[in-house]
Design a protein around this ligand. Structure first.
Ligand SMILES: NC(=O)c1ccc[n+]([C@@H]2O[C@H](COP(=O)([O-])OP(=O)(O)OC[C@H]3O[C@@H](n4cnc5c(N)ncnc54)[C@H](OP(=O)(O)O)[C@@H]3O)[C@@H](O)[C@H]2O)c1
Length: 360
């Protein structure tokens, strides 16, 4: 696999495209107004973290129109950063955003959504991307994901796929979007979407270059089943399929929301952490007996390797050639600096086997 090193950070190409991304990226899901969803990164800390990210060579940044409870405030924060730092910073960053989830204006979070304010219709995709560009204060998105597959109750697509992908193709022709991507998809959905894009694309260079699915050491099954209730293949089948298609897999929740950083041990939870602060569902989902046992085992391995558990979790993801970049979310500068060290952690074949034994 071809790699580059920039400011000490290794970089890989996204799928078979010419687009380089930093092996450690930055997720900004929990950035924005704290009163909406417990987000804890505002402009002051956010700008400092973004400046430092560029110093560390972390230039693949991920957001979505719906982050901060559908308000777009994560995008707005990035937009204010680009407005402040100028076009040079914007040019240095690979900026990824997502549309299709319901999104409405700030201060409207109590309002119900109109029928065309979500999904993958031409109307919504076009107006959603215009909204992203406005909030991000830029004239183009580098990677545009369709966030969720919009499906009918029987699992069929809610919008004809040729309508969706012709709209995506037009966005590239208009220069508003550079690269196309999907999220929360199964292999069969990706196959159908590639076929649809192929049938409407204005030229063969229009390809899906990334899929963003839930994948981490504590959750190895969902990567293959997201987007549908029923299981479709397994982890390895999914990874092989995506690799064969030359699509980059960008895992979301790479640190299981912080579980895989060692801040939550049996009987000793970091009360300031997102999983505790967000309460109920998150605690039930992440702080299970099985996960807390896994944390003890990973703690032991990280201790032996003299790296942090977060670095081990990111390095394990990067041990898969199909994963070009890990967009870990951060709320503090020290987390960003810790994660930046992950590509230096080498995991041996024996360690990979041991990690498989404890995490599968
Ligand atoms: N496509 C999708 O549907 C989808 C869904 C979810 C997320 N995403 C994307 O994926 C990104 C990553 O997911 P995520 O942010 O939800 O979760 P994550 O990356 O699994 O975990 C991030 C959290 O882990 C903690 N953390 C990070 N680095 C740490 C370190 N070195 N030491 C200690 N704690 C550390 C922080 O917790 P505290 O907040 O407690 O400090 C941080 O907020 C998102 O930001 C978003 O861009 C996409």
């Amino acid at each position: 696999m071809e790699t580059k090193t920039f400011r000490g950070m290794k970089c890989r190409r996204m799928g078979d495209s010419g687009l380089w991304v930093s092996e450690v990226g930055l997720g900004t899901w929990k950035w924005g107004d704290p009163s909406y969803d417990g987000s804890r990164v505002g402009d002051h800390d956010g700008f400092n973290i973004l400046d430092r990210a560029l110093e560390l060579g972390i230039f693949h940044w991920d957001t979505a129109s719906s982050y901060n409870m559908g308000s777009g405030n994560s995008e707005r924060l990035l937009g204010r950063y680009f407005a402040c730092r100028g076009s040079r910073a914007r040019g240095q960053v690979v900026l990824a955003t997502k549309v299709s989830n319901p999104a409405r204006d700030e201060h409207e979070v109590e309002r119900e959504f109109f029928p065309n304010e979500s999904g993958s219709s031409r109307k919504y995709i076009m107006q959603a991307v215009d909204g992203c560009l406005k909030r991000l204060q830029t004239d183009r998105v580098d990677i545009l994901y369709i966030h969720q597959p919009a499906l009918m109750d029987d699992g069929s697509w809610a919008t004809p796929l040729d309508e969706t992908w012709a709209a995506m193709d037009d966005l590239v022709s208009a220069g508003k979007v550079l690269y196309l991507a999907v999220s929360n998809r199964t292999t069969s959905q990706i196959d159908e979407e590639i076929a649809a894009l192929g049938s409407v694309a204005s030229n063969p260079s229009r390809r899906i270059i990334a899929v963003q699915n839930w994948y981490n050491l504590a959750e190895r099954v969902k990567v293959a089943t997201e987007g549908k209730d029923r299981a479709e293949g397994d982890e390895q089948t999914f990874l092989n399929h995506v690799a064969q298609l030359n699509i980059g897999l960008v895992p979301f929740f790479p640190l299981a929301s912080g579980l895989l950083t060692g801040r939550y041990h049996k009987g000793n939870f970091d009360a300031s952490g997102r999983i505790v602060q967000d309460g109920g569902t998150w605690k039930d989902m992440f702080l299970t007996e099985r996960n807390l046992n896994l944390v003890e085992e990973l703690d032991r391995i990280a201790g032996k390797k003299k790296c942090s558990m977060a670095q081990l979790a990111i390095a394990w993801l990067l041990s898969h050639d199909v994963i070009p970049s890990v967009i870990a979310g951060v709320t503090k500068m020290e987390q960003l600096e810790d994660n930046a060290g992950a590509p230096l952690v080498e995991i041996t074949k024996e360690e990979l086997k041991e990690i498989d034994r404890i995490s599968k």
